[in-house]
Design a protein around this ligand. Structure first.
Ligand SMILES: [Zn+2]
Ligand SMILES: [Zn+2]
Length: 334
């Protein structure tokens, strides 16, 4: 069965290698950029003694490119795809991140160990245990994953939960909680200062979450927060309430692109079988480390992903990243 690698190709070196061909075979194939079928080109070339053949892909318009083998027995039914993109993006590592997970440290149903195991089984790369005004669960998770030798990256985390706002503190060195006098809409500003002083990032959780039918966050306060530039990002999608998430997306898209904050999608799961794995942020990091993940989120190399019950991907973010997210999902790239 012919195969193609790599699947993500830089416009600087737009080449992939077809392998699994008959040694020395003359191969006819078509290269079809799916963004512009008028750019399709037919080629004919000879596989080497190992049954391999280098294929040059078009760089304009790039994106998902079909390499269709013509007249090779049985191969027509095997669509081969590569994604052509900028050297910057091609050189990065896609990581699935869920930075909002609850455990029995607050109102979650499962223990830290159970949630970490589940994250691993779901194929997530990065998580943060973020219990309400608790930090200890995240430390337990880091400790457990290290002892169990799991490759998961785990942040220190806490969901600082007031009656007027919820704020995800990611990477802060200590528990923060809602301090004296901060259980007010304005209390989020000194809280954010505290998060930053402790080396953390502050992401506004679920801006359009409703409790008892009303929005938890007052819209004028959200506008002020966006205006302030104090947030390190927003949870564009959180939990699986589509109306909340689509309102959140509509508000985000109404902002001038230069003023859009970094985005996350998180499950806000409260049990192993709840929303875990149905929402995550796909982050393109320079390397597999917590620092690189936060840097990539800040640089907006991130797509907020949620899934329909039938498994269709609904991504939001910059076009090239969304297009690549679809490619990774369709081609089941790990
Ligand atoms: Zn919350
Ligand atoms: Zn939560």
């Amino acid at each position: 069965m012919p195969q193609l690698s790599p699947l993500i190709v830089s416009t600087e070196h737009p080449q992939a290698v077809l392998s699994g061909l008959a040694p020395g075979a003359q191969v006819r194939f078509e290269v079809v950029p799916l963004r512009d079928k008028t750019q399709r080109r037919e080629h004919s070339a000879q596989a080497d003694a190992n049954g391999e053949l280098a294929v040059t892909l078009g760089t304009d318009p790039g994106g998902d490119t079909l390499i269709e083998l013509l007249g090779v027995d049985g191969a027509e039914k095997t669509p081969l795809h590569a994604f052509v993109t900028s050297p910057e993006l091609a050189g990065r590592l896609p990581l699935r991140c869920d930075l909002h997970v609850h455990t029995t440290w607050s109102d979650g149903k499962n223990t830290v160990e159970e949630m970490v195991q589940r994250a691993q089984a779901l194929g997530l790369d990065v998580i943060a245990i973020t219990d309400h005004n608790q930090h200890g669960g995240s430390l337990e998770a880091i400790d457990y994953a290290a002892k169990a030798g799991l490759p998961l990256l785990i942040f220190r985390g806490e969901e600082i939960s007031s009656s007027s706002w919820h704020l995800l503190a990611i990477g802060a060195s200590e528990r923060i909680g809602v301090g004296e006098g901060r259980n007010t809409p304005e209390g989020i500003y000194p809280t954010l200062e505290r998060v930053h002083a402790l080396g953390g990032h502050g992401f506004l959780a679920h801006p359009y979450w409703k409790t008892s039918g009303t929005h938890h966050l007052v819209s004028a306060h959200y506008e002020q927060l966006l205006e302030s530039g104090e947030l390190d990002g927003i949870e564009l999608f959180g939990d699986v309430d589509w109306s909340d998430n689509l309102r959140s997306l509509a508000r985000y898209l109404a902002l001038d692109p230069s003023r859009r904050p970094p985005i996350l999608a998180n499950s806000d799961t409260h049990a192993v079988g709840h929303t875990f794995g149905q929402l995550y942020t796909l982050v393109w990091a320079r390397e597999r480390s917590c620092e690189a993940v936060l840097e990539a989120i800040t640089e907006k190399f991130a797509v907020a992903c949620m899934f329909t019950p039938s498994g269709e991907l609904l991504p939001a973010g910059p076009f090239e990243l969304v297009d690549l997210a679809f490619f990774l999902h369709t081609n089941r790239v790990p």
